[in-house]
Ligand binder design. Structure first.
Ligand SMILES: [Zn+2]
Ligand SMILES: [Zn+2]
Length: 150
């Protein structure tokens, strides 16, 4: 099992993780604001494969109700560093902005776009693109469920 390491800009939040389940792009408004980017590039891990070894702390906040996803910023450098997902019927997940993973070559390629209808610019890749809430959630589930069975 290849271990991946990550850290925020200031280095106070550090973690080890393994076995990425999927990687995707999200163009929703919350992601754009949380990541402070034109779109999010995130990778999903099981919480049980994730271990934090931080010297600092993360403040989590739910941007939507119900709080299925709590998004955290480093208290020191304010980097959008970790997202905890607690979705009924699924194991607990960590969503991590892909750019914080140091061994970038250990990440899978992104496999789809979510909320593509909210994009700021057209994507030039040939990946599948889901528009709107339902299609985006479905695309996420269709990619996540087989990965959870591996
Ligand atoms: Zn999003
Ligand atoms: Zn930091």
């Amino acid at each position: 099992m290849t271990q991946l390491n990550g850290q925020c800009t200031c280095g106070e939040i550090r973690f080890e993780t393994a076995r990425p389940l999927l990687r995707a792009y999200c163009h929703c408004e919350i992601c754009k604001s949380y990541h402070n980017r034109d779109f999010a590039d995130f990778t999903v891990f099981r919480a049980r494969d994730f271990r934090e070894c931080s010297t600092g702390s993360v403040s989590y906040k739910a941007y939507k109700q119900p709080p299925l996803l709590r998004r955290g910023h480093c208290d020191s450098c304010a980097a959008p560093i970790l997202e905890k997902a607690n979705i009924p019927g699924l194991p607990r997940l960590m969503l991590i902005p892909s750019r914080w993973i140091i061994e970038h070559e250990g990440l899978p390629e992104p496999s789809f776009h979510m909320f593509y209808n909210l994009r700021r610019a057209d994507a030039t890749d040939g990946l599948p693109k889901a528009n709107g809430y339902l299609a985006s959630q479905l695309k996420f589930a269709v990619h996540l469920l087989p990965a959870l069975r591996r």
